[in-house]
Design a protein around this ligand. Sequence first.
Ligand SMILES: NC(=O)c1ccc[n+]([C@@H]2O[C@H](COP(=O)([O-])OP(=O)(O)OC[C@H]3O[C@@H](n4cnc5c(N)ncnc54)[C@H](O)[C@@H]3O)[C@@H](O)[C@H]2O)c1
Length: 344
Amino acid sequence: MQSESSNVVLVTGAAGFLASLVARALLEDPQTPNIRLILADISEPKKPAGDSSTAHISTIKADLTNPQEVDALFHTPFGVPDTVYCMHGIMSRGSEDNFDFALKVNVDSVRELLQAARRYGEKIGHPIKFVFTSSCAVYGGPLPEILTPDTIATPEGAYGLGKLTSELFINEFSRRGFVDGRILRLPTIVVRPGPPAAAASSFMSGIIREPLQGIPGTCPIGQNISSPELNLPVWFSSSKAVIRNLILAKHIPSTSFRKHTRVVCAPGFTATIRDEIEALRQVGGEDALKLIKFEDDPPTKRLVESWPQRFDNTYALSLGFVVDEGGMVPIVERFKNDLEAGLV
Ligand SMILES: NC(=O)c1ccc[n+]([C@@H]2O[C@H](COP(=O)([O-])OP(=O)(O)OC[C@H]3O[C@@H](n4cnc5c(N)ncnc54)[C@H](O)[C@@H]3O)[C@@H](O)[C@H]2O)c1
């Protein structure tokens, strides 16, 4: 039997927005001392900004649809990871437009990673923690006004289908003791920094991020600032709360989860696209509003309208997860401050 490793963490999708923030947060996590981080992505991942000692970080360019490249992540010089953050993937609009490719990445490669975690967990003598970033896009069809942990997920898009399929595998692998799964269905995250992403929700960050930098941001919903379509409610979280919750997910005892499922809907809050625009007005002024350009895009509208709009946070909060306080304005303010400080 291989010797037991500890605080070796593998993060996939590590060149992406959220996983790179998770990597940085793990380095600062007092509950994960002396961490050795394996950062993997199909694009070369960068070492987290601000980290001076790099000896304990390994960046690996790997296509996770290739089983050999997946296997190699479990026998680096750092040893077998005790935790895997499975965060790579093809986002919602990208999945809808490339169905077969999306299944290959969002289902087949996740299953391959799970099987590798199972094999190497057996070698080290205990199940590897498997933290998975799922999405509220698993829901579709007629939904109750407030979703609870018992609401059945029936996706209406390739992205939601892929996430739900992977969740089912993680739950069954956890029930069998092959891995120790932790699944967070994440709300839509605002304000996402960087260029627009292949996600149908990308504009929900773009209409804030771009105008605050003096450039136009496109809104694919509605014809102008008075359009009733802007009253669309969305289930949101800040990236700060999501990152905190992803770190907490690693530390919650497996016995705390409901017996039949490792799925938790991460806490969030409901706001409309109009609330976002109003927060932009308060933080960025009238000039910022003029930079929102309206270009109706029916496929995007169809997808985001099918997503759930309000959840009961009780179960997630009882596990110790955290929620944003104060709605959209503090989030937009924080993003503006980060922009001015050159942090995003
Ligand atoms: N951002 C959100 O609002 C949100 C909401 C719900 C769920 N999520 C989930 O959180 C995770 C991270 O999201 P993000 O917004 O940071 O996405 P992102 O697009 O910024 O990052 C995804 C990363 O996956 C990598 N990747 C894609 N195919 C790969 C492959 N074959 N092999 C290796 N790497 C590959 C990409 O190169 C990219 O760096 C995803 O699983 C996403 O589905 C995000």
